[in-house]
Design a protein around this ligand. Sequence first.
Ligand code: PMP
Length: 369
Amino acid sequence: MPKWEDNLRQVTPYVPGAQPQSKNVIKLNTNENPYPPSPKVVKAIQEMDLETAMRKYPDPTSGDLVHALENYHGLDEGQIFVGTGSDDVLSIAFLTFFNSDRPIIFPDVTYSFYPVWAQVYGIPYREIPLDESFRILPEDYGWIDPENRASAIDEGGDIPENGGVVIANPNAPTGISLKRGYVEQIIAANPDVIVIVDEAYIDYSRESVLPLLHDYDNLVIVRTFSKSRAMAGMRIGYAMSSPRLIRAMNDVAQSINSYTMSATTLKAGVASIEDDEYFRARIEDVRKTRARTIVELKKRFFNVLPSSTNFVFASPSRVKCETLFEELCARNIFVRHFNGERIRDYLRITIGTDREMDALFAAIDEIQG
Ligand code: PMP
């Protein structure tokens, strides 16, 4: 074995959902939007001076997009960090904020990239089990109900010592959302570390923690253009926090790569933000189809978790999950199956168009007989 083998960084990478290149598939496996982005996004790119955009380096501050997002969310200057998808933003956030010997904590069932970043950056971590209904309990993240404070402390004050907290809200792949007040309990219970709230699916939900940014200096919120803005292929994500924490993220990011966002990506991002009417209408379309999907799956004897996202997490009771997954694949319908201990009986099904969902229901009927 060559000596350099000892010095290779060994990691088990995150496995993204399949991206079949054929057009003849119904793709319900990576939570993409079934609708196109605003026509204004495509137009903005078509109207660019592409020769110049390709020849020159893009703006290293991503100024136009950062300012568009600051205005859109009513934030002050310096409160937005942008990156190439929220994966990039989360990865930079891990690298920037999690430098303690104590483990960072996140749920055992959540976005499976979190443990991968922890491993690649050498950050110790601990997975906190969701309860039996797949809910995140603030008590497991250090929150002590004031009414029970005395008894909790008598029992040794069960506050886990941690180096940071990561919560996806709504959570994935469960789709379950925690009300703002409960997320606030987690943020409030951990004032000495950074709490990252990954809001990849928040536009399909109701309660963002954005209004809490004024009150907590340890809160970092991460969002993406990949789902509700139908721009997964453009790779845009962003973080919202205090200028102090955003500066720290920019310092780290700029120490790795000065130009992460391409000129076309920046243009597309701004155009999307400017067409709010289209954005909201497509969210409503997905919400309607989601409600119908839940009813149709329940009719077919699935256990369906409540969803605040553009997917449902559902467990068939008439057929084995793996069988259903494979039979759907054989019919060119792609959904996602995770082999985790607690979730292997569930499929994560992205909400597509009504026609795509009808094809899914027909296929399920055929498979279940
Ligand atoms: N967070 C969660 C919870 C996700 O499900 C995803 C999508 N895989 C991401 C972040 C990353 O999305 P993107 O990099 O496309 O912004």
